[in-house]
Structure formats: C-alpha cells, structure tokens
Design a protein around this ligand. Sequence first.
Ligand SMILES: C[S@@+](CC[C@H](N)C(=O)[O-])C[C@H]1O[C@@H](n2cnc3c(N)ncnc32)[C@H](O)[C@@H]1O
Length: 249
Amino acid sequence: MSEPTDDGLYRDPDLAQFYDAANTWGVDFDYCMALATDAASVLDLGCGTGELATALAQNRAVTGVDPAAAMLDIARKRPGGHEVTWVQADARSVRLDDRFDLVLLTGHVFQVFLTGKDQKAALSTIAAHLKPNGRFIFDSRNPVLRTWENRNRRNSLHQLDHPQLGRIEAWNEPSFDETTSILTYENGYRVLDTGKVFSASAQIRYTPQDELADMIESAGLVVEKWLGGWEGNPYHPMAEEIIPFGRLA
Ligand SMILES: C[S@@+](CC[C@H](N)C(=O)[O-])C[C@H]1O[C@@H](n2cnc3c(N)ncnc32)[C@H](O)[C@@H]1O
C-alpha cells in the first residue's frame, strides 16, 4: 500500500466539523436508499460523518468504515448513530469477518485512492465483502469533463450555514497534475463572525471509465450497469459521473 489517504480535510477535527454543512443529503443518498430496499446488510466504505449509513441503519444492519477518527466521532454522535457498527479502518486493507448484500462508496471516496495499486486494493476489499448475490456501487467523477479547469478561490467562493459557527465563507482551489491524474485542492472555510480561517489540502485521482472497467474485472467483479449520474441516467462518454453497479463475477 502506498501513501495514507486520510487527508487533513477529514483527519483534523477543525476541518471535519465543516463536512456536513458543505455536503448535504443529495440524489446519491436517495439512490442508495432505494437500492438498499431489499438489502438486509450494507457496508459503507469511507462512510465519513455517517449520514447515509445512519439512515440506512433504520431498517437493516449497517457497518461504516473510515480511517478518520474525526469523521467517525461526528458519525457516532449523530441521532441514530448507535445503530451502526463503526469501524476505524482503511478500505484498502480492512477485512471484516462478514459479507454484505450491498457494498457502497459515496461522495467520490473511490477517488481518494491515488494509485492503480490502491484502487485495486479497494476493489479487492469490495469483492471480499460481497455475498454471492450481493451488489456494489460507487462513484468517480469523469475526467473527460475537466471540471477543475478555470476554478479558483475567487470563483468558487460561496456561503454555508454551520449549526454552531453560523455563516461560513467556503472556497476550493484545485491544481491538476496531468502525469498522475491527481487533483490537489485546497479547501478553505472562514467563519464570518470571528474571521477565523480553517484550511487543508486534499488529493483525489481521476480515472477514465475504460481503465476502471479493466480494474473492476481484475478484482473478480462484474459490472451489470454503468450509470452516468445518481439520477440513474446511463453512462455515456460525456457523463458527469462514472458509476459502476455490479456483483461478484
Ligand atoms: C468526501 S468524503 C465522503 C464521505 C461519505 N461517504 C459521504 O458520501 O458523505 C471522503 C471520505 O473518505 C474517507 N477516506 C479517506 N481515505 C480512506 C481510505 N483509505 N479508506 C476508507 N475511507 C477513506 C475520508 O476519511 C472521508 O470520510
């Protein structure tokens, strides 16, 4: 395994406290809730602050895995958080003595794996935890769209509401390395009341769909359906998202 993937953005409690204000319930979570209707057990790899895992746990057994203690601390304290089995571990290497009906990664967790080797390790973890009839799903942004271009601190500035800190100004400044396909971005937050600034940089990798398809096959998995977005639209070369949905081969 190469570098750790636990960026300060998630590891540092000062930064993790902004995650829920910046990332609210979306169509990805709606899609996964519907997908889990018949699942008795779900594994959420890279569960973060656990909003989806906790909602899923209302009707089934859910395990949430994440290496970042700061994110899991928020998850545990969430209403209903006690219903989930939280495991502090790395999705590249974790081996739970269990198999699940549904294994999912949301919020582009798959992109935190920065090398082909790490991506294959994460795919092997998915395969090692699927029941014979289980299904997996995850999302990765489509590199073809080059959405990082022309984005900078100034034009990404927006405001958020934090339940304790009040109004927050947030920004995101990316820089893309063409040789590694790794995007490094600085995430910043300024609390308007106090002027206090919190910032951390993080990295994600962009993988083309054909490369992903080869890796998935090598991991002993089969894709039944490629989606191009969490609205359920099929994948096409200019789709925003690359979302494989599949099972064990
Ligand atoms: C963008 S957040 C997504 C959280 C959640 N899945 C969601 O949809 O809100 C990325 C998460 O990946 C986690 N992560 C980073 N490295 C990881 C690894 N090696 N294994 C599992 N999760 C990892 C981070 O700690 C963080 O919680």
